[in-house]
Design a protein around this ligand. Sequence first.
Ligand SMILES: Cc1cc2nc3c(=O)[nH]c(=O)nc-3n(C[C@H](O)[C@H](O)[C@H](O)COP(=O)(O)OP(=O)(O)OC[C@H]3O[C@@H](n4cnc5c(N)ncnc54)[C@H](O)[C@@H]3O)c2cc1C
Ligand code: SF4
Length: 328
Amino acid sequence: MTPFTFTRAADAFDAVQRAGQPEARYLGGGTNLVDLMRETIERPQALVDVTGLSRAIEERPDGSLLIGAAAKNTAVAEHRAVRERFPLLSRAILAGASAQVRNMATVGGNVLQRTRCTYFYDDDGARCNKRKPGQGCDAVDGFNRNHAILGASDACVATHPSDMCVALAALDAVVHLQGAQGTRTLRLTDLHRLPEDRPELDTVLAPGELITAIELPALPFARHAAYRKVRDRSSYAFALVSVAAAVDVEDGVVRDLRLALGGVAHKPWRAWIAESMLKSQPATADNLRAAARAELAAARPLSDNAFKIALAERTLVAVLEGLTGGQP
Ligand SMILES: Cc1cc2nc3c(=O)[nH]c(=O)nc-3n(C[C@H](O)[C@H](O)[C@H](O)COP(=O)(O)OP(=O)(O)OC[C@H]3O[C@@H](n4cnc5c(N)ncnc54)[C@H](O)[C@@H]3O)c2cc1C
Ligand code: SF4
């Protein structure tokens, strides 16, 4: 076992001070980090428990919500304002993990959970650029059924595993951060990276930067939303493909919409192309199919996952048909 110190942060500033040393890690519910420590993939020298920081879910006068990073996944999914105004988030969280894991997992930890690529977890022989930069990637020519079809690189073809983040990407969520230099905000869609030639970096966060809260801007049509997760079995399985969608539709015309895909890339994939093609257009079957096809046009299959391209297109169309009334 690798020895480490354990301290509890009193507040965000205190957390950042305590984490101001190499190889320190924040500890949320520990449902991912502790597993990684057991496998010696992560070997922190200092753990800073941040579960005592804000877990409040604040309803603000402009209709936005501010969710403290220490809020448990279950508390967020069950919160009245989330269920009423952002049901997409509630459904995405409930589609993930198990009740026991969701009771432990925090919002901050969910956002920063690491990939489920099996080679990443296999420190006993598998080559992985994310675990050991420069080592190579056994997934590229190996078992890659669950891996990325969009935005991957030769260095890494892993996917981001979070369901919650797919909803957050669609909902234009904003991440509130505290670092050694002060506070800042980032759009969630700008937080996670594509792998390029630095797959060891999952996000653009500076070392020691702490997520303090997630903000959901007001979005009236977010009430008209769906989250669909396609997976190999109905629980304890990560998404092969998932779709988060919120649509404002009137008289068969899409007035506005938000779309994101999960299970397809190194980051939650905001479907900007499909959104721009459908905005202000009739929600006909042809238009929905054309938008889905265009979004997936850049997809590149690996040896075992070509099926994901058709699966993503069809799931996107099916979700949109459900939300727009399925016109011919
Ligand atoms: C059996 C099982 C099945 C699962 N199935 C799914 C699934 O289907 N869908 C899904 O989405 N997820 C699934 N998960 C993953 C689960 O959602 C994550 O493990 C969980 O959300 C992580 O939250 P946590 O608070 O426990 O994070 P931790 O394990 O405590 O931390 C994860 C990472 O986040 C960092 N961190 C934590 N809090 C902060 C903060 N405030 N600021 C900065 N960094 C921080 C930690 O340092 C660590 O690097 C599953 C997990 C298990 C064990
Ligand atoms: S896909 Fe990424 S995480 Fe998986 S083995 Fe390759 S480099 Fe590692």
